[in-house]
Ligand binder design. Structure first.
Ligand SMILES: Cc1cc2nc3c(=O)[nH]c(=O)nc-3n(C[C@H](O)[C@H](O)[C@H](O)COP(=O)(O)O)c2cc1C
Length: 156
Protein backbone atom coordinates (compact mmCIF):
# COMPACT_ATOMS: atom_id res chain seq x y z
CA UNK A 1 0.00 0.00 0.00
CA UNK A 2 1.13 3.53 -0.86
CA UNK A 3 2.54 5.56 2.06
CA UNK A 4 1.00 9.02 2.01
CA UNK A 5 1.78 12.17 4.01
CA UNK A 6 -0.43 15.27 4.09
CA UNK A 7 1.44 18.51 4.84
CA UNK A 8 -0.57 21.71 5.09
CA UNK A 9 -0.68 25.26 6.37
CA UNK A 10 -3.91 26.83 7.59
CA UNK A 11 -4.43 30.25 9.17
CA UNK A 12 -8.18 30.11 9.75
CA UNK A 13 -9.13 26.44 9.40
CA UNK A 14 -10.43 25.89 5.83
CA UNK A 15 -7.31 24.13 4.58
CA UNK A 16 -7.11 22.19 7.87
CA UNK A 17 -10.65 20.93 7.42
CA UNK A 18 -9.88 19.60 3.93
CA UNK A 19 -6.58 18.12 5.11
CA UNK A 20 -8.39 16.28 7.90
CA UNK A 21 -10.92 14.86 5.47
CA UNK A 22 -8.19 13.66 3.10
CA UNK A 23 -6.27 12.11 6.01
CA UNK A 24 -9.39 10.31 7.21
CA UNK A 25 -10.21 9.00 3.72
CA UNK A 26 -6.62 7.85 3.02
CA UNK A 27 -5.88 6.73 6.57
CA UNK A 28 -2.49 8.40 6.23
CA UNK A 29 -0.04 10.52 8.23
CA UNK A 30 -0.19 14.29 8.46
CA UNK A 31 1.64 17.29 9.86
CA UNK A 32 0.55 20.91 10.05
CA UNK A 33 3.07 23.65 9.30
CA UNK A 34 3.24 26.01 12.28
CA UNK A 35 4.21 29.67 12.31
CA UNK A 36 6.88 30.89 14.66
CA UNK A 37 5.51 34.46 14.60
CA UNK A 38 1.73 34.71 15.02
CA UNK A 39 -0.38 35.83 12.06
CA UNK A 40 -3.48 36.54 14.10
CA UNK A 41 -5.50 39.72 13.66
CA UNK A 42 -5.38 42.59 11.21
CA UNK A 43 -1.60 43.05 11.29
CA UNK A 44 -1.04 39.33 10.77
CA UNK A 45 -3.33 39.52 7.74
CA UNK A 46 -1.52 42.51 6.24
CA UNK A 47 1.90 40.95 6.84
CA UNK A 48 0.70 37.74 5.16
CA UNK A 49 -0.36 39.65 2.03
CA UNK A 50 2.95 41.49 1.93
CA UNK A 51 4.97 38.28 2.40
CA UNK A 52 2.94 36.40 -0.21
CA UNK A 53 3.40 39.12 -2.84
CA UNK A 54 7.14 39.30 -2.14
CA UNK A 55 7.43 35.48 -2.09
CA UNK A 56 9.12 35.62 1.33
CA UNK A 57 10.29 32.52 3.19
CA UNK A 58 9.30 33.08 6.86
CA UNK A 59 10.74 30.78 9.51
CA UNK A 60 8.44 27.87 10.45
CA UNK A 61 8.58 25.47 13.38
CA UNK A 62 10.70 22.38 12.92
CA UNK A 63 8.80 19.51 11.31
CA UNK A 64 8.76 15.98 12.74
CA UNK A 65 7.80 13.89 9.71
CA UNK A 66 10.36 12.81 7.12
CA UNK A 67 8.96 13.16 3.57
CA UNK A 68 11.55 10.72 2.19
CA UNK A 69 9.68 7.94 4.00
CA UNK A 70 6.54 8.47 1.87
CA UNK A 71 5.57 7.49 -1.68
CA UNK A 72 3.37 10.55 -2.02
CA UNK A 73 3.36 13.92 -0.25
CA UNK A 74 0.14 15.94 -0.48
CA UNK A 75 0.68 19.69 -0.02
CA UNK A 76 -2.19 21.98 1.04
CA UNK A 77 -2.29 25.77 1.21
CA UNK A 78 -4.69 28.70 1.28
CA UNK A 79 -4.41 31.22 -1.59
CA UNK A 80 -2.82 34.44 -0.35
CA UNK A 81 -2.86 37.48 -2.67
CA UNK A 82 -3.00 35.07 -5.66
CA UNK A 83 0.10 33.34 -4.28
CA UNK A 84 1.13 30.29 -2.22
CA UNK A 85 0.89 30.94 1.54
CA UNK A 86 4.41 31.77 2.62
CA UNK A 87 4.71 29.09 5.38
CA UNK A 88 4.01 26.41 2.73
CA UNK A 89 6.50 28.12 0.42
CA UNK A 90 9.15 27.81 3.15
CA UNK A 91 8.32 24.12 3.67
CA UNK A 92 8.57 23.32 -0.03
CA UNK A 93 11.81 25.29 -0.38
CA UNK A 94 13.31 23.24 2.47
CA UNK A 95 12.06 19.82 1.37
CA UNK A 96 11.47 19.82 -2.39
CA UNK A 97 14.33 17.40 -3.10
CA UNK A 98 12.78 14.87 -0.71
CA UNK A 99 9.45 14.24 -2.47
CA UNK A 100 8.97 11.06 -4.54
CA UNK A 101 5.65 12.24 -5.92
CA UNK A 102 3.26 15.05 -5.04
CA UNK A 103 -0.39 16.09 -5.08
CA UNK A 104 -1.72 19.55 -4.22
CA UNK A 105 -4.83 21.18 -2.85
CA UNK A 106 -5.71 24.77 -2.09
CA UNK A 107 -8.56 26.75 -0.57
CA UNK A 108 -9.52 30.31 -1.47
CA UNK A 109 -12.13 33.02 -1.14
CA UNK A 110 -12.87 33.12 -4.85
CA UNK A 111 -9.87 33.20 -7.20
CA UNK A 112 -6.18 32.51 -7.67
CA UNK A 113 -6.12 28.72 -7.41
CA UNK A 114 -4.94 28.03 -10.94
CA UNK A 115 -1.85 30.21 -10.53
CA UNK A 116 -1.13 28.86 -7.05
CA UNK A 117 -1.32 25.22 -8.17
CA UNK A 118 0.97 26.06 -11.09
CA UNK A 119 3.40 27.88 -8.75
CA UNK A 120 3.61 24.94 -6.32
CA UNK A 121 4.43 22.61 -9.22
CA UNK A 122 7.17 25.01 -10.35
CA UNK A 123 8.55 25.21 -6.81
CA UNK A 124 8.52 21.41 -6.42
CA UNK A 125 10.02 20.95 -9.87
CA UNK A 126 7.38 18.36 -10.74
CA UNK A 127 3.75 18.03 -11.73
CA UNK A 128 1.20 16.71 -9.24
CA UNK A 129 -0.50 13.34 -9.59
CA UNK A 130 -3.71 15.26 -9.03
CA UNK A 131 -4.76 18.65 -7.65
CA UNK A 132 -7.83 20.15 -6.06
CA UNK A 133 -9.09 23.66 -5.40
CA UNK A 134 -12.06 24.68 -3.26
CA UNK A 135 -13.72 27.94 -2.29
CA UNK A 136 -14.66 28.82 1.28
CA UNK A 137 -18.27 29.01 0.12
CA UNK A 138 -18.17 25.42 -1.18
CA UNK A 139 -16.60 24.22 2.06
CA UNK A 140 -19.10 26.05 4.28
CA UNK A 141 -21.99 24.61 2.28
CA UNK A 142 -20.44 21.10 2.48
CA UNK A 143 -20.24 21.24 -1.33
CA UNK A 144 -16.65 20.01 -1.36
CA UNK A 145 -17.30 16.36 -0.45
CA UNK A 146 -17.58 15.05 -4.03
CA UNK A 147 -14.41 16.84 -5.15
CA UNK A 148 -12.46 15.54 -2.14
CA UNK A 149 -13.75 12.04 -2.89
CA UNK A 150 -12.53 12.24 -6.54
CA UNK A 151 -9.18 13.65 -5.38
CA UNK A 152 -8.68 10.76 -2.94
CA UNK A 153 -9.76 8.19 -5.55
CA UNK A 154 -7.06 9.50 -7.89
CA UNK A 155 -4.26 9.00 -5.35
CA UNK A 156 -4.94 5.74 -3.49
C1 LIG B 1 -3.44 37.13 3.58
C2 LIG B 1 -4.60 36.55 2.82
C3 LIG B 1 -4.70 36.75 1.44
C4 LIG B 1 -5.75 36.17 0.72
N1 LIG B 1 -5.78 36.30 -0.65
C5 LIG B 1 -6.75 35.67 -1.36
C6 LIG B 1 -6.77 35.72 -2.79
O1 LIG B 1 -5.90 36.29 -3.45
N2 LIG B 1 -7.79 35.09 -3.44
C7 LIG B 1 -8.78 34.43 -2.77
O2 LIG B 1 -9.68 33.90 -3.43
N3 LIG B 1 -8.77 34.34 -1.42
C8 LIG B 1 -7.79 34.93 -0.71
N4 LIG B 1 -7.76 34.82 0.67
C9 LIG B 1 -8.78 34.00 1.34
C10 LIG B 1 -8.21 32.60 1.69
O3 LIG B 1 -7.52 32.03 0.58
C11 LIG B 1 -9.32 31.64 2.08
O4 LIG B 1 -10.12 32.19 3.08
C12 LIG B 1 -8.73 30.31 2.53
O5 LIG B 1 -9.70 29.30 2.50
C13 LIG B 1 -8.17 30.41 3.96
O6 LIG B 1 -7.61 29.18 4.30
P1 LIG B 1 -7.26 28.84 5.82
O7 LIG B 1 -8.54 28.98 6.59
O8 LIG B 1 -6.80 27.42 5.78
O9 LIG B 1 -6.23 29.79 6.30
C14 LIG B 1 -6.75 35.41 1.41
C15 LIG B 1 -6.65 35.25 2.79
C16 LIG B 1 -5.60 35.81 3.50
C17 LIG B 1 -5.49 35.60 4.99
Amino acid sequence: MKKILVIFYSRTGFTRKIAEEIVKACNCDTEEIQDIRSRKGFFGFIRSIFEARKKKLPAIKEMITDPTQYDLVILGTPVWAKNISTPLRTYVAEHRDQFKSVAFFCTMGSSGAEKVLHDIAQLCGRDPVVSLSLTDKEIKAQGHKEKVHSFVKAIV
